[in-house]
Write a protein that binds this ligand. Structure first.
Ligand code: AHR
Length: 506
């Protein structure tokens, strides 16, 4: 057991938490839509064909804004395919995922589903195979209340009132050579700027996200952000970041340092955006939409890709169905801590993805739906992280990372709201438990009353690779943290190695 100490000072505010930081992402990919959220024959399905068990789990997860319809898929998508009578909708080849898209679910159906789960829509436009005109068509269809041919069509399709979509992504991962319509930063920056200007002319109330890098390891990382923002700085509100992490070569300790990479990613993009602001003599601050983040065993996906047969274009195949274990969930919880630590600039984030596809929720056709290990840190953080994010630097033991040097074992953040405070801590050490002493004196003084622990949730398994499966869907969960207490304004908590903990104080 190593010692660790911290002091929770309410003056160390990072920012008010934008609820959009607890967003999700639904792509037409694998069994995400079909056999995931939409399965008309399922016993729990409603009259619209949406699975009720999935709706309940998505609500429990607490997802604010949901990015749709892709991802790589959007770069070949014609949004008009997904509107109008379902029977007349075209079947198309989805080049991104080598599958057949039936278009049984489109904009209207997806909005109906969002209404059921209580989340907001964030739409991505296709800037891969399409351009400004199609983006404007979609925006007019979705957001305009003036009577036009497009809005009449929308009303005829069942929505008299506009969808009023606030956040729009200008394409997806346009820096990636795998992306349909991939461009260099100069070409994409010009296209994004033209499209953004047109979209704002049509609806000045929208918020626009320009594509940043697909990961911090992209060869163009940094230069891409600078060049794209030089073109679009005045036109957009957000720049995107995407990052996926996985354990490589069985090195759990290195994997547990993933949050350091995410922090460096965010801080580098902020520095680049602010550099462009400085050159432009502007006070404007571009925010970050971390609109794809998760643990994803991309190396396994490469093997999956090799099984694609040129003449086979399946409907809703099992793709990217990663099964998450306890270690993944601790890394995942630490990524959530990292996002909150940057809540001043990360004003929106989307967990990629939601159901079946690298997802916190899994389903079996005709069978049950269950929570993956990663479900727990997300639902707890979304529920307990309210009000303001507050810095919580911890003095703790360290470990050596090959990529990042000396890394603190404990990583933490606090949030403070009118009813109390929440503390989130990851113990990233694979070897040592930590005895944390958290001095609450400044917070108790500011509140004028004592604090006690009202909830605690520990995610930890002796078997790091324990997972929830169809056969054993509740193998990994959270449990109260033994012995956590506040005495004389000091919170004492013993945190096992490779663990994630949430504590609510009131
Ligand atoms: O989330 C899976 C894929 O990862 C998305 O389609 C793409 O944007 C990213 O590369």
């Amino acid at each position: 057991m190593t010692d660790a100490s911290a002091r929770l000072d309410p003056a160390r505010v990072i920012a008010d938490i934008d609820r959009r930081i607890f967003g999700g992402f639904v792509e037409h990919l694998g069994r995400h839509i079909y056999d995931g959220i939409f399965e008309p024959g399922h016993p729990s399905a409603d009259a619209d064909g949406f699975r009720g068990d999935v709706v309940d789990l998505v609500k429990e997860l607490g997802v604010s804004t949901i990015r749709y319809p892709g991802g790589n898929f959007v770069s070949g998508y014609r949004w008009e395919d997904g509107i109008g009578p379902v029977d007349g909708r075209p079947r198309r080849l989805d080049l991104a995922w080598h599958a057949t898209e039936t278009n049984q679910v489109g904009l209207h159906e997806f909005q109906d589903w969002l209404d059921k789960v209580g989340s907001d829509l964030m739409l991505a436009v296709n800037l891969g195979t399409r351009g400004t005109e199609e983006a404007l068509d979609l925006l007019e269809y979705a957001n305009t209340s003036v009577e036009t041919t497009r809005t009449r069509e929308r009303a005829a399709n069942g929505r008299e009132t506009p969808f009023a979509v606030k956040m729009w992504c200008l394409g997806n991962e346009m820096d990636g050579p795998w992306q349909l319509g991939h461009r260099n930063a100069d070409d994409y920056g010009k296209l994004a700027s033209r499209t953004a200007k047109g979209m704002r002319q049509l609806d000045p109330s929208i918020q626009l996200v320009v594509c940043g890098s697909s990961s911090r390891t992209m060869p163009t990382f940094g230069a891409w952000e600078r060049e794209v923002l030089e073109h679009t700085f005045d036109d957009v509100d957000f720049i995107s970041c995407h990052a996926y992490y996985e354990e490589k070569d069985g090195d759990a300790q290195e994997f547990l340092a993933s949050g350091v990479d995410m922090a460096l990613f965010i801080e580098s993009v902020v520095a680049t955006a602010d550099h462009v602001a400085a050159v432009k003599k502007s006070d404007k601050r571009i925010m970050i939409s971390f609109d794809e983040w998760n643990v994803w065993y991309l190396s396994r996906f490469k093997d999956e890709e090799e099984t694609y047969r040129p003449d086979e274009w399946p409907i809703a195949p099992r793709q990217l169905e990663d099964q998450y274990h306890a270690l993944d969930a601790v890394v995942f919880g630490d990524l959530l801590i990292t996002l909150l630590q940057h809540a001043d600039r990360v004003r929106s984030a989307s967990l990629a993805q939601l159901v079946n596809v690298i997802a916190p929720i899994m389903t079996e056709p005709g069978g049950p739906a269950w929570r993956q290990t990663t479900f727990h840190p997300f639902s707890l953080t979304s529920r307990l992280a309210r009000g303001r994010a507050v810095r919580l630097p911890v003095v703790s033991a360290t470990f050596e990372s090959e990529r990042f040097g000396t890394v603190p074992a404990l990583n933490a953040v606090a949030t403070i709201d009118d009813a109390g405070a929440s503390v989130f801590v990851a113990n990233r050490s694979t070897t040592d438990a930590a005895s944390l002493r958290l001095d609450l004196t400044p917070l108790v003084a500011a509140l004028g009353r004592d604090l006690t622990v009202v909830e605690s949730h520990l995610l930890h398994e002796d078997d790091l690779y324990a997972a929830n499966t169809l056969a054993d869907p509740e193998r990994v969960g959270v449990r109260p943290l033994d012995g956590v207490e506040v005495e004389a304004s000091v919170l004492a908590a013993d945190l096992p190695p490779v663990s994630w903990t949430a504590i609510r104080l009131a």
